[in-house]
Design a protein around this ligand. Structure first.
Ligand code: B1M
Length: 214
């Protein structure tokens, strides 16, 4: 199978919620030496975005969305694991998904990308209380706190994080990066975040910039 065909098949496997096929394609992509991010961005993510649109329009229901998400997660986990781990000397990042939000596929991609670019990442998971981000950042003496949010109702957690840091007198101690489908640069500016990452590669680049490396 050539590259274009594999990417098309990857998209289809998510729309069809075919977990076994998604797994097989992710492994084939690695075996063929393809760029994991390209396979995710042009293939699997296109599929899950189409499924999300159908769900949003009421043309597909939650059980189907869950099955597609499972296929997406299997493929993303395989591709994320194939990314190299950098020397982990660039800086420390605490990363999690906002309170009330269980979407973690994109967050995990960002984690893998940061690791591949040499960051030491503390992944605190999904549906994480805002205070936990702050506690973990203090515990590990992090440089950056990253919060992902996929719901318009949970993105307010990103604003709360900055407010809580200010209240605790810690705003200058940690850089804050935000991201996730509903977040934008405008939102990041509005809440006073230090950076916004549109995707995993951009997040890694922004993290380097935050540490004055680019
Ligand atoms: Co949900 N969901 N979901 N969902 N889901 C969305 C987000 C939605 C847009 C779908 C839709 O209606 N069209 C909609 C939100 C609407 C809104 O808020 N306006 C929605 C909804 C409504 C819901 C539920 C409420 C449904 C329900 O129960 N009735 C429910 C919420 C549960 C909860 O969180 N409390 C729900 C549940 C789920 C599943 C569990 C089935 C599953 C998640 C599984 C999982 O993550 N383990 C799921 C999925 C898969 C989606 C869609 C279809 C896809 C998300 C995804 O994984 N994308 C999504 C539709 C969409 O986004 N178009 C949708 C692929 C991933 C690689 O991209 O996550 O955007 P993304 O991450 C990118 C960038 O955003 C960026 O880099 C990543 C990699 O490039 N990025 C960062 C992410 N975080 C970053 C942080 C950074 C920087 C960059 O710095 C810190």
């Amino acid at each position: 199978m050539d590259k274009e065909q594999l990417i098309k098949e990857a998209e289809k496997s998510i729309i069809d919620a075919d977990k076994a096929k998604a797994e097989e394609l992710a492994k084939s992509a690695i075996a063929a030496g393809m760029d994991p991010l390209e396979v995710i961005n042009k293939g699997f993510s296109v599929g899950i975005a189409k499924v999300g649109d159908l769900f949003g329009r009421g043309e597909l229901f939650l059980p189907e969305l869950i099955l597609s998400a499972e296929a997406m997660k299997v493929a993303a986990d395989i591709l994320n694991a194939s990314l190299p781990k950098g020397a982990q000397k660039r800086g420390k990042v605490v990363m999690g998904t906002a309170q009330g939000d269980i979407h973690d596929i994109g967050k995990s991609m960002v984690v893998s990308f940061l690791q591949a670019n040499g960051f030491e990442v503390y992944d605190i998971g999904r549906d994480v209380e805002t205070q936990k981000f702050i506690e973990k950042a203090q515990e590990v003496d992090a440089d950056i706190i990253g919060m992902s949010a996929l719901l318009t109702t949970t993105m307010s957690g990103q604003k709360t994080l900055i407010e809580e840091l200010k209240k605790a007198g810690l705003r200058d101690k940690f850089k804050v990066m935000v991201g996730g489908a509903p977040a934008t640069q405008r939102w990041a500016d509005r809440i006073g975040a230090d950076a916004y990452g549109v995707d995993a590669a951009d997040a890694a680049e922004k993290a380097m910039k935050l540490l004055g490396e680019k």
